[in-house]
Design a protein around this ligand. Structure first.
Ligand code: FES
Length: 167
């Protein structure tokens, strides 16, 4: 079954992270969860969280504490591309609300929603540290600034093409 193969990958990730000498103890858990989340396409399912806790010998409650504290993690299935929209004031005053409206209209979902095709999950976030080029969004690990409504449509079209190409 696919799940077993994926859990095998999770085991490999944990072993690889544990061997990285440069990581401090606290970073090992965070690093594992980041990589595990990539394997599952933007979320960490319970079976993977349990395996991480068991292998790293940390309480499962600690793993969930981290998973629920950081907004970049999710324990619920999300789209292939997670769009995070900066909702802080500097982005808001440079046109952030038009960008949010454009995303609602293009994706036909609200915050926390995932598009029917499973490609996009829309989330809001606080300042992404790029206020000088607001309004700003982040899609997975990529940042996009100086956004306009037209640029949002272009970016989404590009990601849809990537999704169709399986990238
Ligand atoms: S306020 Fe949007 S990036 Fe800082």
């Amino acid at each position: 079954m696919v799940v077993d193969q994926t859990l095998e990958k999770v085991r490999e990730i944990i072993e690889a992270v544990e061997k990285e000498q440069s990581l401090e103890e606290g970073d090992i858990l965070l690093n594992c969860l980041h990589r595990v989340q990539d394997v599952y396409q933007n979320f960490v399912p319970s079976e993977a969280a349990e395996l991480v806790a068991e292998r790293l010998k940390v309480p499962l409650s600690k793993v969930y504490e981290v998973l629920t504290f950081y907004t970049m993690f999710s324990t619920k299935l999300r789209g292939k591309y997670v769009i995070r929209v900066c909702n802080s004031l500097p982005c808001h005053v440079t046109g952030g609300s038009q960008i949010i409206d454009a995303l609602f209209k293009e994706l036909k979902v609200g915050f926390g929603g995932t598009t029917e095709d499973g490609l996009f999950t829309l989330e809001k976030t606080g300042c992404l540290g790029l206020c000088g080029v607001g309004p700003v969004i982040m899609i997975n690990d990529e940042f996009y600034g100086n956004l306009t409504v037209d640029r949002v449509a272009e970016i989404l079209a590009d990601y849809r093409a990537r999704g169709e190409a399986g990238v």
